[in-house]
Design a protein around this ligand. Sequence first.
Ligand SMILES: [Zn+2]
Length: 317
Amino acid sequence: MSDLRGGIDLGGTKIQTVIVDAGGAVSGEARRPTPTSGGPADVARAIEDALREAAAGAGVKPEDLQGVGVGSPGDADGKTGVVSGARNLPGWEGSFALGDALSKALGAEVRIGNDVQVAVEGEYALGAGKQHDSLLGVWWGTGVGGGIILDGKPWLGRGAAGEIGHMVVKRNGARCPCGRRGCTEAYAGRAAMEAKARRERSKGVETEIFKVMEKRGKDRLTSSVWEHALRQGDALTESLLRRAIRYLGIGIASAVNLLDVEAVVIGGGLGVRFGDRFMDDLSKEMHKHLFVDGNPPHMQVAELGDLGGAIGASLLV
Ligand SMILES: [Zn+2]
């Protein structure tokens, strides 16, 4: 048996796999698009293919790995390996024993965790959170996810802690993809921002962002589309990003008022893309709402990059 471990970041658009050594260095990686049709068994097969390719790149057989960790969306039960209600994956409204399915397919021990929580734990162990004992991870992407480390340990609550995206920042505010109103994600999540941009366009607001989308061959507003439209000086793009930052600042400040963490790490697709550019603005927005404003938390962008979720997942083993 080698000292290598596998890590898998299961996302709505792609499956990223890595093989890492005991120190967290990546020795193999592969990615696949997430199947857009079929069901959980098809997704599991795509994961298996990607993991086998990454293992081949690292010169190891899957069955010789110490184990494989999976960061999954939806309700991921670390004890049973069952994933339920992963609505951004095809046909995954119900429950599927992903851990068992992968373990059988790969001949290795498989552990399942929440995608954002494992990414935050990865930053805590190997990335932007290394210097700190307590941190709040804010994963700004399609949705807004979060993870909490307190006194050096993940805080999961009864399993559902860290949902900073659903901190209410405005009573009776904008409709959130979760169905409630006024959540941080209703203003800052990429899906909610896209829905807002489409509504503004249908009201006659001029914007280049959908032309940028088409030019780049996309059918939705990916983070790279947001970036290119911002670079072109599109006013709607800038105002929606600023609105997102404003509400993220409110949500983060409320969480910091409660938890008083040493550091806030911003990750996720939009977070990594825009974190450096908007960090000063985000800090300013947060400051307005800090109860104790003389000792603000360190604000940092996630350091492990695109592979962070998969590297974090490997730490489940
Ligand atoms: Zn919500």
